[in-house]
Design a protein around this ligand. Structure first.
Ligand code: CA
Length: 526
């Protein structure tokens, strides 16, 4: 392969070209000459850090990546979070309520924005403008990312972990089954129906039993992904069941007319056995079980991990070929992909009001936005986990061939951990197999990814309205999804009542505050 293919994917998916171009000129200078530039403090400085994340990790000075950063910046962090806790939210809250704030605190956007406005965290914009040229340049190039991270007062209280690349998931189909049954890759809703029907009726696994499960999913987000065929959206963002932007207006996809049409058709498909009868209950091992037992025909899932079954099942299922395919066209002739990577994540770090060295701290944060800092945050330590090949950080053979997945190896040394930094998509491409890469290239060329809703920061009053109504509305929507799909109620005859109920439950009020917040936050970008 495919060096060209790999390059194309990297090139077309980059969203940080300007930043890279700006800084790559410096890359050739020697490490020694650079070191002085990375100094965040004239004298050696130790700062405490409290960052318990993903319910099981703590940010630690022991990571080789952090030790190298300390050497370069003259700032050494010291972990004060207890690794005994198994709940990051609790660990954060405990620190806040104790009043004993670490200098650097890691956590989630909503908490930074809430406690930031209450005075626990410093607003960062002025510090960035004066002391963090790389962060400043990044947000100037991507103002929408700043808006997505900022609080309802427009101020930034944390530096987010920013993802690179946009693609996450795509459609997969048993290519060998299609060939066996004389079918083409489906291109329209009618053809998807015909394929799933044939998988169901014509015994493609050849065991004489009607045991095939045509469409399956291992997670909630993909349970009803087929609704896309009728132009309905599963979500407006990477968060399941999120609001979506329709021509500058926020609405919820599950209150739209095309959702009614989709659910009506999917209920029929379910009845005909084209969708896993256990679609809501089979759980996270559905993919492994249904593929491993030669039963599953089609799904929608992550490119890298789903592609690996072609390797792992090659010896046990003859001819096994589970290949990415483009999203089929919709009934209106559109073609779109609804799942994507969240660009500005809710994870990141901020500076507490107890910190006596905010200037040094923001300079230390800025280090992770330099070319070298970003490289270390993504690839680890040069000479250890990666080397520079043709000007690009490239994982060593030892890393790529280790029995442990590359991301797990990196977490152990402090790379790819959610500090405020910008992910480099190339890190992931280097260990994705060729089937995944080819699939992603197909989607890149299609350019059919829906833009995402990046979230809003609500004021206290707006938040009160949202909290009063939204959780129960969302629960009701999900209950009705199941009721309709499983055939317990008829979609067409209950749709009007569903709409009225949403209104009674406060859907209109929630839309109002969401729209107000959206306009405040993104109005200037529209
Ligand atoms: Ca069979």
């Amino acid at each position: 392969m495919n060096a060209q293919m790999r390059r194309n994917i990297v090139q077309t998916s980059r969203i940080f070209i300007s930043l890279i171009a700006l800084t790559s000129a410096c890359q050739a200078t020697t490490a020694l000459a650079q070191e002085a530039n990375y100094r965040a403090s004239a004298d050696p400085l130790e700062l405490t850090v409290h960052y318990h994340f993903r319910d099981q990790y703590v940010y630690t000075q022991d990571w080789p990546v952090e030790q190298k950063a300390a050497e370069l910046t003259n700032v050494r962090v010291r972990n004060v979070a207890s690794s005994a806790s198994t709940n990051s939210k609790d660990a954060f809250n405990l620190m806040i309520t104790s009043g004993d704030l670490a200098d650097i605190v890691g956590g989630l956007k909503d908490d930074f924005n809430r406690y930031g406005r209450e005075g626990a965290f410093l607003p960062l914009d002025d510090l960035i403008a004066e002391h963090a040229p790389h962060i400043k340049a990044f947000f100037e190039a991507h103002p929408a990312f700043h808006n997505a991270a900022a609080g309802a007062d427009g101020k930034l209280y944390y530096i987010p972990y920013i993802q690179d690349g946009t693609l996450s998931e795509g459609w997969f189909v048993r290519q060998d089954w299609l060939e066996k049954l004389g079918l083409e890759t489906p291109e329209t809703p009618e053809e998807v129906y015909a394929v799933l029907k044939a998988f169901r009726e014509q015994d493609p696994n050849g065991n004489g039993q009607k045991d095939e499960v045509p469409y399956f999913s291992r997670n909630l987000g993909n349970t009803l992904r087929l609704m896309n065929l009728w132009d309905a959206r599963v979500s407006g963002s990477a968060t399941y069941g999120d609001f979506a932007v329709y021509d500058g207006e926020l609405r919820h996809p599950w209150a739209e007319q095309n959702y009614k049409t989709a659910m009506s058709n999917l209920a029929q498909w379910y009845k005909e056995g084209l969708i896993d009868p256990e679609i809501f209950t089979r759980g996270p091992r559905a993919r492994e079980y249904l593929l491993g037992n030669n039963l599953g025909g089609m799904t929608h899932d992550w490119f890298p991990s789903t592609s690996t079954y072609n390797v792992s099942l090659a010896d046990t299922i003859e001819g096994f070929s589970f290949r990415p395919m483009l999203p089929p066209k919709t009934i209106s002739g559109d073609r779109f992909e609804d799942a994507r990577r969240q660009i500005v994540t809710a994870e990141g770090w901020g500076i507490s009001v107890a910190n006596e060295h905010p200037v040094e701290t923001i300079k230390y944060f800025d280090f992770w936005f330099t070319e070298l800092g970003r490289q270390m945050a993504n690839f680890g330590v040069e000479g250890d986990t990666y080397t520079i090949v043709d000007g690009k950080p490239t994982f060593t053979e030892a890393v790529l061939t280790d029995s442990q997945p590359v991301n797990a190896q990196l977490w152990e040394i402090g790379a790819q951990v959610p500090r405020g930094y910008v992910m480099d998509y190339d890190y992931e491409l280097q260990w994705s197999n060729e089937i995944a890469l080819a699939g992603m290239q197909l989607y890149e060329a299609c350019d059919c990814l829906k833009p995402d809703f990046m979230g809003v920061a609500l004021t206290d009053n707006e938040k009160a309205v949202y909290d009063r109504y939204w959780p129960s509305i969302l629960t009701y929507m999900q209950e009705m999804q199941q009721t309709w799909l499983l055939g317990a109620q008829d979609v067409d005859s209950t749709w009007d009542a569903y709409q009225s109920r949403l209104e009674q439950m406060g859907y209109g009020e929630v839309l109002d505050v969401m729209q107000t917040a959206y306009q405040r936050q993104y109005g200037a970008d529209q």
